[in-house]
Design a protein around this ligand. Structure first.
Ligand SMILES: NC(=O)C1=CN([C@@H]2O[C@H](COP(=O)(O)OP(=O)(O)OC[C@H]3O[C@@H](n4cnc5c(N)ncnc54)[C@H](O)[C@@H]3O)[C@@H](O)[C@H]2O)C=CC1
Ligand SMILES: O=C(O)[C@@H]1CCC=N1
Length: 278
């Protein structure tokens, strides 16, 4: 399905690299089917060529012209300028895939100015190791075939959940931003480990395997998250002592609020940029 298709990344930052790494490592497409372009960082393009064997082109018009699938991977605030720059070279047979937080497909369709197939996605940086949790939603002119192609692309770098576009902001706050919440918790574990006298190496193995174990357990159990943490807590034991502090400080409420705020920000991004149309 993706054979003979050229995939152009317009924007070559952290998210583009995570997806490129996953696609190349899992051989979903040949490296030479991928072209990356960006605003100005030639060093980054050189690095991507060497690291992943993909093609790059600092001429954004040429890079986009060649793409059957164009992945929009710039920051949301740059989307208007980025699309206006290359609009003249786009055509209705191309598929545009956005990874941008908040930006509605309708806004991208308007910027392109033709009935372009646009699919909005929200992956996360775990794409780099083939473990993204990606949500995808169809724009007005995208076809089922387009959805199949994007499903195939992102299935190669993790799971794909198809949702209606209005749910993408929720997916963004939850899973797009999600890795950051876990890394923040992990940083807390590192600080506590150091305080307690563990070496970095000792702490690293203990923490990483704890996180991996939680993920694997979640994938293989029907127990609820509450049942799973209660299973760890012995009466008057160590976990209870730890959880007491988390509960006293309303940590769960803080985390719920954090995710809700991220979801609100995704909605806000969409509103802000859609209001500054053309
Ligand atoms: N970093 C993450 O965890 C995730 C990011 N995203 C989305 O991915 C997008 C990119 O984020 P990052 O990779 O973190 O940003 P980044 O700052 O690492 O990369 C942005 C890239 O866009 C390029 N760019 C800027 N202006 C441009 C223009 N006018 N034309 C072409 N390219 C241009 C830059 O040169 C750079 O290569 C954002 O819209 C973000 O919402 C989505 C899911 C997760
Ligand atoms: O922080 C952001 O806006 C992007 C979108 C999801 C993860 N990172």
């Amino acid at each position: 399905m993706l054979k003979n298709k050229t995939i152009t990344f317009l924007g070559a930052g952290a998210m583009a690299e995570a997806i490129i790494a996953g696609l190349v490592r899992l051989q979903v497409v040949q490296p030479n089917q991928i072209i990356a372009t960006n605003l100005s960082d030639q060093e980054k393009l050189n690095y991507l060529e060497i690291e992943y064997g993909i093609r790059t082109n600092s001429d954004r018009l040429e890079a986009v012209k060649e793409g059957d699938i164009v992945i929009l991977a710039m920051k949301p605030k740059a989307v208007k300028e980025a699309i206006e720059d290359v609009r003249e070279t786009t055509n209705p047979s191309q598929l545009f895939v956005s990874v941008l937080a908040g930006i509605p497909t309708g806004y991208i369709e308007d910027l392109l100015g033709h009935q372009a197939g646009v699919i909005r996605t929200m992956p996360n940086t775990s794409a780099k190791v083939g473990a993204s949790a990606t949500a995808i939603a169809k724009g007005t002119f995208a076809t089922d075939q387009h959805m199949h192609e994007v499903d195939k692309l992102f299935s190669a770098v993790g799971t794909v959940t198809v949702v209606r576009e209005e749910k993408l902001d929720a997916a963004t706050g939850l899973a797009g931003s999600g890795p950051a919440y876990f890394y923040y918790l992990i940083e807390a574990m590192e600080i506590a480990a150091e305080k307690a006298g563990l070496s970095q190496e000792e702490a690293s193995t203990l923490i990483t395997q704890t996180v991996v174990g939680v993920g694997k357990r979640l994938q293989s159990t029907t127990k609820t998250s509450k049942e799973l943490y209660e299973e760890v807590m012995s009466p008057n034991g160590t976990t209870e002592a730890g959880m007491k502090v988390l509960q006293e400080r309303n940590s769960q409420e803080a985390l719920t609020d954090a995710i809700t705020n991220a979801i609100a920000r995704s909605k806000e991004l969409g509103a802000v940029f859609s209001n500054t149309k053309k």
